[in-house]
Design a protein around this ligand. Structure first.
Ligand code: NAG
Ligand code: NAG
Ligand code: NAG
Ligand code: NAG
Ligand code: NAG
Ligand code: NAG
Ligand code: NAG
Ligand code: NAG
Ligand code: NAG
Length: 476
């Protein structure tokens, strides 16, 4: 057999094997009739647990036929991480200390695993940092997103230009940006990436990835109030643990802290025995506490925060109008509370009426786990499309949240349920304006400038020295 016919025979074999593999065996179902992902705990660990794709509407994630993405805008939260100490880890340490002081000598019932479980924050210096171990590690998530986006959007890099990467000035955010960049640029990261660190200070005004709304006096009270909210199901969990372990005296608030702690454990260890200590109904209730927080404090329930989101939607809209000559890739890295305002400013995930505080809103219309899990991201694509039977030739926009296409409520007439750029622009203009609504000081920058005036140096591409103890803000 000649080498060419050997090759042809090999290819034929491979294609017949793959043809067999793509069809079910006789009598098997082509499509599953179960939707077990509804029970996936990652939809209830909310913003504190590992990344999960958004539950999709079924719309094809791939670029529609006849279209080409010519600009992409990524707004991504840092990846999986350790808890912060303040407001989080300190509470976990306190509830664990309370349990240790309860005189229970042998844990029973749903807490039996505690007889040989240890807290996963072994080095307190790691509080707040991106995680680096386990199947859900934050650094791995960021790198994998980069490699995935290289495959998807690699055509936008001309293989010579400098690629700017914008990171808000916070340790875990900057590390996420760096690992994403290494995933995206591979061997070319050290020479062709230019990490720009954008300060989180409120003095940045509108020239920021993390704008502060001076007029939003409810911002901190709203967040802090959410941290002391519980639900009736969590009283049930506390009572069950206490009954199983005489001497234990947990409250529903203690239970919320243990559930938070469990969510974070996955970011570090791949597995948490706490997951099964709570019932599914308890996890559903716990998840809703976070939905309420994002909705009311940093989402569509706050006019101020919609105005905060307008900074990013406006600037990226201007870039889309200018087109690829102003740059084709804008990779930006921030926190959860900087993404939910942008989603709200685009009119996405806005429930029909405010979420009730005392009962869970079924069916879900605002799920924090579908928007800002660790590594959560909003991807906006500008597409140039040929005419189709339903739409004219032109420029269209699509929003993708955590890898699911999310159409705009009143504008989905383009290919792949996209929206014509002019109509998209009207959606952007419907949001309240940041400077006016937030009463931004006139001494601060009034508009976002760094997407046009970024540094092309590589000096921030790598961490210069050790990460500081519980490091948060950073400018290097
Ligand atoms: C749009 O149509 C032109 C002309 O037929 C074709 O060359 C081009 O490949 C099409 N673009 C896409 C993205 O399919
Ligand atoms: C645990 O035992 C000690 C010593 O008997 C006692 O002083 C303390 O009150 C007990 N704690 C609880 C929570 O019962
Ligand atoms: C990118 O990296 C590859 C592999 O090292 C190298 O061959 C290529 O020249 C690099 N491109 C640029 C623009 O530096
Ligand atoms: C707006 O800011 C000015 C000073 O910067 C302050 O005097 C005024 O009270 C603020 N208004 C509101 C509505 O917050
Ligand atoms: C349990 O704690 C509550 C306060 O959270 C306290 O009022 C109550 O007396 C405690 N019960 C026991 C049995 O220690
Ligand atoms: C829920 O509680 C928050 C905080 O107290 C409040 O701002 C919001 O209006 C309440 N929502 C409803 C629907 O009552
Ligand atoms: C875009 O806006 C124009 C003018 O307001 C309107 O006629 C058209 O139906 C809109 N297209 C879509 C897809 O919403
Ligand atoms: C929109 O962004 C551009 C560029 O940053 C800026 O010049 C303009 O003032 C902004 N407009 C609004 C309404 O925010
Ligand atoms: C670019 O570098 C200069 C000098 O270090 C700095 O002042 C400026 O803020 C940087 N710009 C950005 C977008 O990071």
């Amino acid at each position: 057999m000649s080498s060419t016919s050997l090759l042809a025979a090999g290819l034929a074999l491979i294609s017949s094997v793959s043809a067999l593999r793509s069809y079910p065996q006789f009598g098997e179902k082509q499509f599953s009739q179960s939707f077990l992902d509804g029970y996936n705990l990652l939809k209830f660990t909310s913003s504190l647990g590992p990344y999960s794709n958004r539950v999709s509407y079924g719309i094809d994630r791939n670029t529609p036929a006849g279209c080409e993405v010519d600009q992409v805008f990524l707004l991504m939260r840092h990846g999986e991480r350790y808890p912060d100490y303040s407001g989080f880890g300190q509470n976990y340490e306190a509830v664990l200390a309370k349990m240790a002081a309860s005189n229970v000598t042998s844990w029973k019932g749903d807490l039996t695993f505690l007889n040989d479980w240890t807290y996963y924050v072994e080095d307190p210096g790691m509080y707040s940092q991106e995680s680096y171990s386990g199947a859900y590690a934050g650094l791995a998530d960021a790198y994998a997103r980069g490699t995935d986006y290289r495959l998807r959007y690699g055509h936008l890099w001309d293989k010579k230009s400098i690629v700017p990467i914008f990171a808000a000035g916070y340790s875990r955010v900057v590390e996420t940006a760096r690992y994403f960049g290494q995933g995206f640029l591979g061997y070319n990261y050290s020479t062709n990436a230019a990490v720009n660190i954008i300060s989180e200070s409120s003095t940045g005004g509108a020239n920021s990835l993390t704008p502060t709304c001076a007029a939003d006096s409810n911002y901190l009270p709203c967040l802090l109030g959410s941290f002391s909210k519980t639900m009736p199901e969590l009283e049930v969990a506390a009572a069950r643990f206490n009954a199983q372990n005489p001497g234990l005296n947990l409250t529903a608030i203690d239970v919320t802290h243990l559930m938070q702690m469990a969510a974070f454990e996955l970011n570090v260890r791949s597995y948490t025995p706490w997951a099964e200590a709570f019932t599914l109904d308890e996890w559903v209730s716990y998840g809703y506490i976070w939905d309420l927080m994002y909705y009311n404090c940093v989402g569509p329930g706050s006019e101020y925060q919609i105005a905060v989101g307008q900074v990013y939607t406006n600037a990226t809209r201007v870039l889309m109008q200018q087109g690829p000559k102003s740059g084709s890739m804008f990779w930006s890295f921030v926190h959860d509370t900087n993404i939910t305002p942008v989603v709200a400013a685009l009119g996405l995930d806005v429930p029909d009426k405010p979420l009730p505080n005392d009962t869970i809103h079924f069916p879900y219309q605002y799920r924090a786990s579908d928007i800002v899990p660790m590594g959560g991201h909003l991807t906006i694509e500008r597409m140039t499309c040929n005419a189709t039977a339903k739409s004219v030739e032109g420029v269209y926009v699509r929003a993708v949240i955590n890898e699911a296409v999310v159409p705009f409520n009143t504008c989905q007439g383009g290919p792949g349920f996209s929206c014509p750029l002019a109509n998209y622009s009207a959606i952007v203009d419907a949001a309240p304006r940041f400077n006016e609504r937030c009463n931004t000081s006139s001494t601060y920058p009034q508009y976002l400038d760094f997407f046009w005036n970024y540094n092309t140096t590589t000096q921030y591409n790598y961490l210069a020295g050790p990460i500081g103890y519980q490091q948060t803000y950073t400018d290097a």
